[in-house]
Write a protein that binds this ligand. Structure first.
Ligand SMILES: C[S@@+](CC[C@H](N)C(=O)[O-])C[C@H]1O[C@@H](n2cnc3c(N)ncnc32)[C@H](O)[C@@H]1O
Length: 247
């Protein structure tokens, strides 16, 4: 007999973007294993749970992941409701697969509760649809980040093929990302929106063209790079004019 592990999406940051189901499960949880950067307000909902920070950022640390898998299994053998709380949505760039397969292989039931992913929260902040009619009909969620031993990411081809691309875990490598996309044929005047801390009161938005992306300021805050024609009208005037002339 074992308890159930709930992989719960905590959303992008704002506590009130948590789903009702997530809030209920946090209230029932006996143990909560949570990512770094989960809001205190969200953790407070787990009022009777032991809270354990597993502190991974950006999907790194393969060894730490094995350790998390084991701790989740051990907790499920001792408790009925174990919550694994992940930023955004658990099924997007969040190592859900590793945890699900590890737990299921040991006969431990797993339930996944979706959360609002960063690209959707950023789009809400911008008030610009990822699929604005007439400008975009395809969206790609991509990341250049690969863990050690993983096969190379096909993110460039996907970002090129989609009308709008959301680049996760890329802001720290913005110059390399811009260079790689332009070398692969993405026009230098492609509009870009850089969104830091989406959904939070301190959200920061910068618009530029792809060739200007390396010059934008980044911080250590979670940041998303969005690119595509849907952002053309939001560009600062000079960049938008260049875009219209050459695009
Ligand atoms: C390991 S991934 C996790 C993604 C998460 N599972 C999701 O669905 O949003 C972390 C990356 O998500 C993006 N991100 C997460 N929260 C964000 C936020 N509030 N604002 C902007 N980007 C965010 C950043 O690109 C960050 O490097």
């Amino acid at each position: 007999m074992s308890g159930t592990v709930y992989l719960v999406g905590a959303g992008p940051g704002a506590a009130d973007l948590l789903t009702v189901r997530a809030a209920r499960l946090l209230g029932e949880a006996e143990v909560v294993f949570h990512d770094a950067l989960i809001a205190e307000e969200v953790l407070r909902l787990a009022s009777k749970a032991e809270k354990i920070a597993v502190g991974k950022r950006c999907g790194r640390h393969a060894t730490a992941q094995r350790f998390i898998n084991k701790r989740l299994a051990d907790a499920a053998r001792a408790h009925c409701v174990v919550v694994r709380l992940k930023g955004g949505d658990p099924m997007l760039f969040a190592r859900a697969h590793e945890e699900i397969t590890y737990l299921q292989a040991r006969g431990i039931p797993v339930v996944v509760v979706p959360g609002v992913t960063a690209a959707l929260a950023a789009s809400a902040d911008l008030r610009i649809s990822l699929t604005r009619r007439g400008a975009a009909r395809t969206v790609a969620f991509v990341t250049p980040r690969v863990a050690a031993g993983e096969r190379e990411s096909g993110w460039i081809a996907s970002a090129l093929a989609a009308d709008t691309a959301a680049v996760y875990m890329g802001a720290g490598e913005a110059p390399a990302i811009a260079a790689a996309l332009m070398a692969a044929g993405k026009p230098a005047n492609t509009p870009v929106a850089l969104v830091a801390d989406a959904s939070l009161p301190g959200v920061r938005v910068q618009y530029a063209t792809l060739q200007e992306l390396p010059g934008l300021s980044t911080s250590g805050a979670p940041t998303l790079i969005l690119l595509g024609e849907v952002y053309r009208e939001a560009l600062p005037e000079a960049a938008a004019i260049v875009g219209r002339r050459t695009g």
